[in-house]
Design a protein around this ligand. Structure first.
Ligand code: NAP
Length: 298
């Protein structure tokens, strides 16, 4: 897909657009003519990122939204601001994610990895769903990881209270991204809104740099020469967000622009539905919002 694909007239929101893969997605989609909203936790850093994205893409339509997505109140405020500013939303790219070797708890009292990597995109997507549906055809693209294949949803200890390992929490959250996508696709059938997930490939970013233990640092040091550039890491997300070939393609997981089979358990409809219900409880929304009611009850 050349960058000649046009996104003129489309509005895209990318979480975590100030660095890494999200920023590279923003540059490419803005280069195609989209109005792009990026999110970050610090206004000055986000505005600086927005001006460099505008410069690199030649498109000044880059908006900044400030929110720490580990807090549900901040996710709700972000959604409110996006709804106030964007009368239409054509693409949502759920990109933010992180790794913590030692268990941490968010302001909501939830384990940080599942809160940031899964519950934040779950809540944000649900709060923006009506706007995406009224903008259809629209797309929801969620950045998961190949690590999802080592994941298991531990419903008895989702928050890692009994036993925590950073790897297990990360793998679980990335499996949750894939399951969320499949369940979302099922619930959005017939709305014209698609949901896809992807593995970006090992990409040279600041990923895991905020983990105080720096547990990943020696591994990253060794594999860095083999890692992709952020632009290459962004490629599949950009493809899913913009390519005409992806019109109407939904409920699939992609690697290097190709649809791939994900971990077997991700296809268990009972488990994806259960994860949806549990997640809805944890973020305090009804499991069957108006947007998803028809399919959930059919
Ligand atoms: N890099 C890889 O090799 C790799 C491989 C597989 C999957 N992935 C997935 O790709 C996604 C992007 O990763 P990346 O490598 O680009 O990571 P990254 O470089 O660490 O991403 C940084 C972005 O995330 C934002 N962010 C971090 N914590 C946040 C929070 N609490 N609230 C709001 N925004 C926050 C940062 O914004 P500010 O700092 O400006 O707030 C920044 O824009 C993740 O979901 C990751 O799991 C990455």
């Amino acid at each position: 897909m050349a960058l000649t694909t046009t996104m003129i007239g489309k509005t895209v929101l990318i979480t975590g657009g100030t660095g890494g893969i999200g920023r590279a997605v923003a540059v490419d989609l803005a280069s195609m003519g989209a109005r792009v909203g990026i999110t970050g936790r610090d206004r000055a850093r986000a505005e600086q990122a927005a001006s460099t994205i505008a410069l690199e893409s030649g498109n000044s339509a880059v908006d900044v939204f400030v929110a720490d997505l580990s807090s549900q109140a901040e996710v709700r405020r972000l959604a409110g601001e996006v709804l106030a500013v964007y009368p239409r939303l054509d693409v949502l790219v759920n990109n933010v994610g992180g790794f913590w070797a030692h268990r941490r708890v968010t302001t909501d009292g939830l384990e940080h990895t599942i809160a940031l990597n899964h519950l934040a995109p779950f809540l944000l997507t649900n709060l923006l769903l009506e706007r995406l549906i009224t903008s259809a055809p629209a797309r929801i693209v969620t950045v998961s990881s190949g690590a999802h294949s080592m994941g298991r949803i531990d419903f008895d200890d989702l928050m890692g209270e009994q036993d925590y390992s950073g790897e297990r929490a990360y793998n679980q959250s990335k499996l949750a991204n894939v399951m969320f996508t499949y369940e979302l696709a099922r619930r959005l059938e017939g709305t014209g809104v698609t949901a896809t997930a992807l593995h970006p490939g090992m990409t040279n970013t600041a990923f895991s740099a905020e983990d105080p233990s720096r547990k990943m640092a020696p591994i990253v040091f060794v594999v860095r020469p083999f890692m992709r550039s952020p632009k290459k890491g962004a490629d599949t997300a950009v493809y899913l967000a913009s390519s005409r070939e992806m019109d109407r393609v939904t409920g699939r997981y992609f690697v290097n622009r190709k649809s791939k089979k994900s971990e077997e358990s991700s296809y268990h409809a009972e488990t994806t539905d259960r994860l949806w219900q549990v997640s809805a409880d944890l973020v305090g929304i009804p499991a069957d919002t108006a947007a998803t009611r028809a399919k959930a009850s059919s």
